[in-house]
Unconditional design. Sequence first.
Length: 285
Amino acid sequence: MDNPILLKFVTVTIFSLMFAIGVNRSFQQLTSLFRKPELLLRSLLAVIVLVPLVVGLLLWVFDLSPAVATGLAVLAAAPGAPLTTKRTEMAGGDPTYSAGLQLTLALLAVVVTPLILHFFYTLFELATERVSPFEVARQVAQVTFLPVMIGLLIQRFAPRLAEVMGKPVRMLANVLFIVLFAVLIIFLVLSPDFRMMLNLGGLATAAIIIMVGSSLAIGHLLGGPSREQRSVLAIASIARNVGLALFIAELSEYGQSFIPTLLTYMILGALLAVPYSLWSRRQMT
């Protein structure tokens, strides 16, 4: 993950996806979740309470190395992945709810991430230093809020321009997302060093699979009667912010030790979500 071209491409792709949300969705749509308190509370319960509790249980039950335990703890503390909206679209989810939930989780991460990490610090031995709310806010603002705000400002002050560029920007973001996914798969297949780095062992892999499966189940069950909302919350529960987790790793002198856990979760989470997404979309047809 230290390839500068690949990292730049990841940054451009995420920026384009978030900019597409900002230029295509109104401020009222992006804040609509705050006008649905019951759905908001169930969403927050699933993503920032129950998923971290599942991870805490896994760390207590499984004899995991400090590096693997740290990776899972940091992922549990990092909600609001920038690619959540795109992934929920693949599962047939409600795009307005997805975009609103993603931005809400990103906003709350400023407070939630340090608090959840403090919970894990108290109970387990972690191979990372504490992270401040300011450091989290800076990373979230650059990756999530800046492109969305640019899109919303264009809508506000140049509505005709927003209308003209909305569809092309969305199409470009979709193409970049597909290309990025293909590039990552090719990189994984062709790089023996990368595959070796991801070989965490059976126990760690089992813990990650349980975390993914439990998160999907939690989100699906708490999503409510609407299939479109259930699929959104299920995907949002497993879509941890790997970018924020990698940023936390960079702040620690031991960060390199748990990066393989982050990448393994990202890959397994994406692969295991595919059957759920296909099943969920079929349920809506």
